[in-house]
Design a protein around this ligand. Structure first.
Ligand SMILES: *[C@@H]1O[C@H](CO)[C@@H](O)[C@H](O)[C@H]1NC(C)=O
Ligand SMILES: *[C@@H]1O[C@H](CO)[C@@H](O)[C@H](O)[C@H]1NC(C)=O
Ligand SMILES: *[C@@H]1O[C@H](CO)[C@@H](O)[C@H](O)[C@H]1NC(C)=O
Length: 350
């Protein structure tokens, strides 16, 4: 009897231990998930560019040289900021030709509420793309197509072209929002953010002490001279605001700063902050993430979110629309007049 006792308990302890192990692991994962996630976010690993970066900036890292050479192939006949129009904000959406699903989602949701333009270069076959672009532009009047190869490493040029266009065709815009076609913008919250930072040159989600660990990224344009692996601070390219009167200042400043591939690092840190000494304002409502907790209408609390599929954009929008349903009449009037910053102001203050 005494001899059997330990053997008996030992055979039971085995499976029992496994039974306990699983929930413990799950609990551990659950507890560790937010810090892990946060680490990934902070260290910027998610922002790593693909390894196939080319070496083309080695040839010339002068932005001016590129801007002078790149022509505009398509633009709306009528500027969204033409005479008699008020454009407190213009939204520049970075996209590529094949991403029609994302553009449609934006057009049918948040893009309705303020001047929103889609900016792209040439992605595949030039003639084929332009034929499709012309058809799309005739229907929606919201495409800006520039004559450059639309690759990851050319994003800096794309943002520079957005700024140049805004400066030329929409100088009355109080703010330009640079964002992407997988973003969810909440026009109401965006208004509130702007309203609260009216005199700030740049507003966005500040990523601090980010490791840009990447030989590929460094090699291409920085032969000989090592770049700091650590960026003290920059605003995430998922969505940042530039105050209108600083656009020219930043573009001019950029002519003295050699180009790097990452447009957000380049314009917000290297040019605006480091070279020109402009203050970067952090606002977590311009989020470079999407909520992984989708209960309720979390979307409402953000001015922009990033990384959404078209289906997710429609979903987020429907919940935002439900929330504003009591303002439906105002929204309808707004849509009728096209842009309605003033109304948003009223709502934001309300
Ligand atoms: C690079 O661009 C600058 C400014 O436009 C120009 O003066 C220079 O000659 C260019 N260098 C090369 C190697 O093309
Ligand atoms: C854009 O990227 C492509 C592919 O890497 C490169 O060949 C090209 O020179 C870049 N610049 C422009 C202005 O298209
Ligand atoms: C980055 O630093 C700024 C200024 O010190 C701070 O306001 C901001 O909260 C920081 N960003 C994040 C994501 O913590």
């Amino acid at each position: 009897m005494l001899l059997h006792q330990p053997i008996y308990s030992a055979t039971v302890a085995g499976p029992r231990r496994y039974v306990l192990l699983l929930p413990t692991l799950l609990l551990l994962l659950l507890v560790l998930w937010p810090p892990l996630w946060w680490y990934v976010v902070r260290s910027g690993y998610a922002l790593l560019p693909p390894p196939e970066l080319s070496r083309h900036y080695v040839v010339n890292r002068s932005l001016q040289d590129y801007l002078d050479k790149i022509g505009i192939l398509l633009e709306p006949k009528e500027s969204p900021c033409g005479p008699g129009k008020d454009a407190p904000i213009i939204i520049m959406v970075s996209t590529t030709a094949p991403r029609t699903g994302q553009r449609t989602a934006v057009r049918e949701t948040w893009g309705l509420y303020q001047p929103t333009l889609f900016v792209m270069g040439i992605y595949g076959d030039r003639d084929k793309q332009l034929a499709e672009n012309i058809r799309e532009a005739e229907e929606y009047h919201d495409l800006l197509v520039f004559d450059f190869r639309d690759q990851k490493e050319n994003q800096t040029l794309k943002t520079a072209l957005m700024m140049k266009y805004t400066l030329l065709r929409c100088p009355i815009a109080h703010f330009m929002l640079k964002t992407q076609d997988n973003a969810m913008v909440n026009p109401w919250m965006l208004n509130k953010v702007i309203w609260q930072h009216l005199d700030r040159p740049l507003v966005g989600y500040a990523l601090n002490d980010t490791h840009l660990l990447r030989d590929e990224y460094r090699k291409g344009y920085n032969a000989g001279k090592r770049y700091d692996d650590e960026m003290p601070t920059y605003l995430s390219g998922a969505g940042y605001l530039i105050k209108g009167e600083y656009i020219e200042h930043i573009l001019r400043g950029a002519l003295h700063v050699p180009i790097v591939h990452l447009e957000d690092v380049y314009f917000t840190y290297l040019v605006a902050h480091k070279h020109l000494g402009l203050v970067l304002t952090h606002d977590s409502r311009l989020s470079p993430f999407k909520p992984w907790w989708k209960a309720g209408c979390v979307y409402w609390n953000f001015a922009s979110l990033h990384g959404l599929t078209p289906a997710e954009i429609y979903h987020a929008w429907s919940c935002i629309e439900t929330l504003i349903s009591k303002y439906k009449t105002i929204a309808g009037v707004c849509q009728y007049f096209n842009y309605c910053f003033g109304w948003f102001m009223a709502l934001a203050v309300y």
